[in-house]
Design a protein around this ligand. Sequence first.
Ligand code: GLC
Ligand code: CA
Length: 555
Amino acid sequence: MEKRWWKESIVYQIYPRSFKDSNGDGIGDLNGITEKMDYLEKLGVNVVWLSPVYQSPNDDNGYDISDYRAIMTEFGTMEDFDRMLAAAHEHGIKIVMDLVVNHTSDEHPWFIESRKSKDNPYRDYYIWRDGKDGKEPNNWGSCFSGPAWEYDEETDMYYLHLFSKKQPDLNWDNPKVREEVFDMMNWWLEKGVDGFRMDVISLISKKPDLPDGKPGINGYASFNEPANGPHVHEYLQEMREKVLNNADTITVGECSGVTLEEAKKYARSDEKELNMVFQFEHMDVDADADNKWTDKKMDLREMKAVLTKWQKGLEDIAWNSLFWENHDQPRSVSRYADDSAKYHDVSAKMLATCIHMMQGTPYVYQGEELGMTNVPFTSIDQFRDLDSINAYRELVEEQHVFTAEEMMRYLCRKSRDNARTPFQWDDSAYAGFSTVEPWIMVNPNYKEINAKKQVDDPESVFNYYRKLIALRKEKEIIVYGTYDLLLPESEEIYMYTRTLGEEKLLVVCNFSEKEVAVEIPEEFRKGSYLIANYPEGEIKEQMTIRPYEAFVLEK
Ligand code: GLC
Ligand code: CA
């Protein structure tokens, strides 16, 4: 297998709005990130993915961009950005920009022009269609509730928006759109950024006839309907030739709706498109088909089947990205383990062990390294995320699919705002994130869970992540070893091996609060511990795995 620096990297995702506020307005900013470079270096990550920092009216917290070459006023200036980039590089950290080009903001100058008239030179930058019998052109739904079409009186036509109506979809079939995007990407590369995380890149190529899809719980087809469209690979290959080959970049495509077969095309090791993709099947094991609003618990056997399918499916062909969290997902320790005081620390370390020992490039989402948890929201007014607010309005108030009580329970489990509360730096007011009340509530557990408390405690979740990250840099087998699942039928234990030449690792993770008896394969019985989240017991044939215990044995 080809060795590559981006395979050996550990990526840390920053959601700038919630990371660190440097000027006391309650909103995180670029100077706040610059302040915290020492922290990131200490953790050991070598790439930072920044959620969008471009000029935006913030309908979707920066994922609606009105100027790709300017910094969001609330986050600072271009000089602040340049300083942040230089500081990151001085700390040995590369910077990955979030590239949001499936859509722009409706306040982007291209769209302002586009909607003016049918013969405007920018008309064809977006996807306009006539209505059908006085209704939307097809049954596609927006990811954020309601139809994916907005009627525009000016020209008596509809425009497509797979996300909010303030996020009109760009028309990638128009070569001018592609040229504009590629120029803009080259501009950022010339500035010195190191790569791109590409927002919903699997959705950019729509079938020309825009066929109806299967309706979901709110009556509309999934926003994923256009995933992996007819020209997506062609457009990404063009991007590779015109942009990505100009520098030594790291690229990851957010590919909602991606299948294994499609991922092999996006992230093939011949490097004609992207380095790796984010797939989301392991984020769906606690969801119903096309509906995430449920409090269904994940079944570990299903989780193992999904992750193993991706580990084995891409082996020697493409490259995996590894993650439990990002800014669109709830906190993993609350979701897939146990965030109660009794098991919080071991749980968080267990999840980290499980994912960081796999083959692929690991991503750590800000606060995950502290075991930050879901938030005890009590009222819909506390939410800021348009996805959560719109879903509440549609499913509770308009369609009565759920009662208010049910929906609050689902939001507390699944809302994206669980991941977006301020980073918990210390136990002072507002968790040390800001000196004033932040734009979104602080998780009340910041006095127990915060960076200050953990950085100097050798037993903390933070220092466990640090150790996992350091191990990956030391041991090639963790990056390049082959993965094989053991005990697929166990409902509690996730056990797998990694193999590289003569070397071998055994990873054992208990996803339950039960004590579980496990037989250790013979070749590891004379081995030694690489890392463990409990005091190390004697290695022997029959071992009792304690609640949420995790360890790695080296042959
Ligand atoms: C991606 C982003 C999400 C955003 C959406 C629309 O899924 O991760 O935060 O809302 O795209 O840009
Ligand atoms: Ca600020």
